[in-house]
Write a new protein. Structure first.
Length: 116
């Protein structure tokens, strides 16, 4: 069992930055991958950024060059640095942990709203 708690969401203007944090209840270094997903109203949940145990990253095309995923294994934290935010980035952002067993866990989500 893994508990994930996101924080750092809020209301910002277009062009500004936010950093989301995800606190895990157990060692993230033992997980297959950590990721950030988002879900906008009326849309399906989509992958934003993925960070594997080997350090590889994968980003949605819409956020490449603007968002950066990182982790601090010692603190069991995963971060999403979001720069040059756009109104279309408005969504609930979820932290995800994928175990080597392929079992996955989700946080409760944090709202990000970008005004134009």
């Amino acid at each position: 069992q893994v508990e994930l708690v996101e924080s750092g969401g809020g209301l910002v203007q277009a062009g500004e930055s936010l950093r989301l944090s995800c606190a895990a209840s157990r060692g993230i270094s033992s997980m297959n991958a950590m990721g950030w997903y988002r879900q906008a109203p009326g849309k399906q949940r989509e992958l934003v950024a993925l960070l594997t145990s080997g350090g590889s990253t994968n980003y949605a095309d819409s956020v490449k060059g603007r968002f950066t995923i990182s982790r601090d294994n010692a603190k069991n934290m995963v971060y999403l640095q979001m720069n040059s935010l756009k109104p279309e980035d408005t969504a609930v952002y979820y932290c995800n942990a994928r175990m080597w067993s392929m079992m996955t866990y989700w946080g409760q989500g944090t709202q990000v709203t970008v005004s134009s």
